[in-house]
Write a protein that binds this ligand. Structure first.
Ligand SMILES: C[S@@+](CC[C@H](N)C(=O)[O-])C[C@H]1O[C@@H](n2cnc3c(N)ncnc32)[C@H](O)[C@@H]1O
Length: 293
């Protein structure tokens, strides 16, 4: 008997991170409606007296607002790219605020393209199935670009940053809102390391970049005026919603006698380990990065 065959079979059919990611978002995107009525697939930004601790969407929408406030574009006819746009929650927010702006989003999930474009009808928004590491857009074509909790899927790779740089017009801005490591992955304590691995598995992340290395990569790519803001404490209140959201979601499914899909479990696991990772404050932080071409 050829004992190497099962091994070869396993290697041959092991799914790539990209395949896992597409499966995750094709199957579990609908679940996000429980997290956010506006399909914001990210954490929030808390401002006392402006947002409400118990109304999650006020904080999630404030994150959109913070990102748009840092971009630079012409409100009448500017074109902005959303790199990893989900189902277009942020695009819709932006177009409600700036109806004459054009926003083009990219995602790897065909489900998100289909459903997202339905939600953007009659608006200047469009979602395309494209890889943000290698898009089909001409160079120097966007007035600004943003990426909210999406570049983590490619480990905040230099390829993604270089592609963002390529498609931006000179002096245009890139804004990234995401979680990052505060040190190299090899330096994490065992507890942080475990949470990190589970987070990456649950959410199909290549990994999180270390914030200092990402800053250097941005500068190496050619970006100027790279500004790093640690907003972990602004984000924390929405992260604390995770256990309640997970419990509510499971109970809702139980009461409606629906079974939880495998990708929904995976997504819930990712959310739980996002919370647990967030508690390791020496290892993880949430940042907004603004950079200029
Ligand atoms: C957590 S969701 C965030 C969605 C959206 N930015 C938001 O905040 O609502 C991550 C998104 O990144 C997209 N994504 C991940 N890797 C990508 C890649 N290489 N190219 C394009 N989109 C990607 C996924 O398809 C998904 O839409």
């Amino acid at each position: 008997m050829n004992t190497t065959f099962p091994l070869l079979h396993k290697i041959r059919f092991k799914k790539s991170n990209k395949e896992n990611l597409i499966e995750l978002y094709d199957e579990a995107t609908e679940d996000y409606e429980f997290w956010s009525k506006g399909f914001n697939m990210h954490f929030g930004y808390y401002i006392p007296f402006k947002t409400t601790l118990f109304k999650r969407d006020t904080m999630l929408n404030e994150m959109n607002n913070q990102v748009f406030n840092r971009l630079r574009f012409n409100k009448q006819h500017g074109v902005v790219a959303d790199l990893g746009c989900g189902i277009g929650g942020t695009i819709k927010y932006g177009l409600r605020k700036y109806p004459r702006l054009h926003i083009i989003g990219v995602t790897l999930s065909p489900f998100q393209v289909r459903e997202g474009n339905k939600r953007l009808q009659q608006m200047n928004g469009l979602i395309l199935e494209e890889n943000y590491c290698k898009t089909s857009f001409p160079s120097d074509s966007f007035d600004s670009a943003y990426a909210i909790e999406s570049l983590c899927h490619s480990g905040h790779s230099i390829e993604a940053l270089e592609e963002a740089y390529r498609i931006l017009k000179p002096t245009a801005k890139l804004v990234i809102a995401d979680a990052f490591l505060k040190k190299d992955a090899e330096q994490l304590c065992p507890g942080s390391h475990y949470c990190y691995n589970q987070l990456c598995k649950g959410w199909s992340l290549e990994g999180l970049g270390s914030i200092q290395k990402v800053k250097k990569s941005l500068e190496k790519t050619g970006f100027k005026n790279v500004k790093i803001e640690d907003i972990s404490f602004r984000v924390a209140p929405s992260v604390l919603h995770v256990p309640f959201a997970i419990t509510g979601f499971i109970f809702k499914k139980l009461f409606s006698k629906e079974t939880l899909k495998p990708q929904s479990w995976k997504n819930l696991k990712g959310s739980l380990f996002a919370l647990l990772s967030g508690l390791h404050m020496k290892s993880f932080g949430y940042y907004i990065i603004t950079a200029e071409k």
